[in-house]
Design a protein around this ligand. Structure first.
Ligand code: SAM
Length: 176
């Protein structure tokens, strides 16, 4: 199993951009980033929201994100270990996830299960229980996923897309 901490990449920057746009539209008191990796997205929006919790299943990622937080002297972001929502009791106004979305089980950062979207489906099933009334869930998806099936099953609304030369990235929201 590859447990290297995911280095921010095009998907990270695309989702950061989408989240930045969203947090301009209204006030989000509490935010959860699922699968925070290096903590890049949470740390780069910290000055725009009240409080953020970033969680990851990979302890190396949690340690690295915490190191980055300390270096940047950011006080309103907390990082902790959690397998999806297992270690998360609270509810949030906004929850976002740049998930592993490729088929496989070898790489914690990139592999999302045999079909590539089992983890995504689990997140989309569980996220509503952790949103405050009127809260928003946001997920990044790829043209490698079965987008039409996910759109239909989970009532997703597209926020934006970005074409790369080998795939298209999509950002979707789900309303509570
Ligand atoms: C594609 S990376 C994104 C990292 C970071 N958010 C970014 O955008 O650069 C996916 C992240 O999800 C984490 N992850 C994978 N399975 C998870 C699970 N079951 N629960 C929580 N995090 C998970 C991985 O460890 C990895 O850090």
């Amino acid at each position: 199993m590859n447990t290297e901490v995911y280095e921010p990449d095009e998907d990270t920057y695309f989702l950061t951009e989408q989240i930045r746009k969203l947090i301009k539209t209204r006030k989000f008191e509490s935010v959860l980033e699922m699968g925070t990796g290096s903590g890049y997205i949470s740390l780069s929006i910290a000055d725009k929201v009240n409080k953020i919790l970033g969680v990851d299943i990979n302890s190396k990622a949690v340690e690295f994100a915490e190191k980055n937080r300390k270096e940047q002297k950011i006080e309103n972001v907390e990082f902790k270990l959690s397998n999806l929502f297992e270690g998360v009791a609270e509810k949030f106004d906004l929850i976002f996830f740049n998930p592993p979305y490729l088929p496989g089980k070898e790489d914690l950062s990139c592999d999302g299960g045999e079909k590539g979207q089992e983890l995504i489906e689990k997140f989309l099933i569980e996220v509503k229980n952790h949103l405050n009334e009127g809260g928003i869930g946001v997920i990044l998806l790829s043209s490698f996923n079965n987008i039409s099936e996910l759109e239909r099953r989970f009532n997703l609304v597209k926020l934006g897309e970005m074409e790369l030369f080998f795939e298209t990235l999509y950002c979707y929201k789900l309303l509570k």
